[in-house]
Design a protein around this ligand. Structure first.
Ligand SMILES: [Zn+2]
Length: 160
């Protein structure tokens, strides 16, 4: 699974990023993930569960946007397909999924960490991070968990 989803992906430790936090910069098709020395989300990196959760989230974004030149700013293939699966709606987003301020995440709540309720890209990233490196007091709903398992199964099919 790791080879199929993240082959050729480089994790970079950098001084700072444009967003202040860890991210997949646009233009690299999900092949570069940058982790700034100081992370605006929660200060410095400690190798704790929070750090692992952030790394898992960025790996989730990378998988989602791989091959996408714009770096998933308008939603990668996995987060796009998750929208109807979880009954979410982006109809008020004017086609700009990542900048969707009226995202309706569906009946089941997205995970409560970071900014998962902002748009489908972060909804997927937060759900995947919670699946792989769960944070306490966060809840991954059964619909999103099932969707992640389907994506992993599809990946296994892809390898064959
Ligand atoms: Zn994210």
């Amino acid at each position: 699974m790791i080879k199929a989803a993240w082959e050729g992906v480089t994790l970079l430790r950098v001084k700072s990023t444009l967003t202040g936090g860890a991210w997949n910069p646009p233009g690299y098709m999900g092949k570069i993930i940058e982790f700034p020395d100081y992370n605006s989300g929660n200060g410095l990196w400690h190798g704790d569960q929070w750090t692992k959760n952030i790394i898992a989230e960025e790996l989730g974004h990378s998988w989602d946007i791989r091959g996408d030149l714009f770096g998933g700013w308008n939603g990668g293939h996995i987060s796009q397909a998750m929208i109807p699966y979880i009954g979410a709606s982006t109809r008020d987003c004017a086609g700009l999924i990542y900048l969707c301020w009226n995202y309706q995440p569906g009946q089941e709540a997205p995970v409560n960490n970071h900014h998962a309720s902002l748009n489908p890209v972060e909804d997927w990233g937060g759900a995947f991070a919670q699946f792989v490196e769960p944070l306490p007091a966060q809840n991954l709903g059964p619909l999103r968990e099932q969707y992640i398992k389907i994506q992993i199964a599809l990946l296994v099919t892809e390898i064959k």
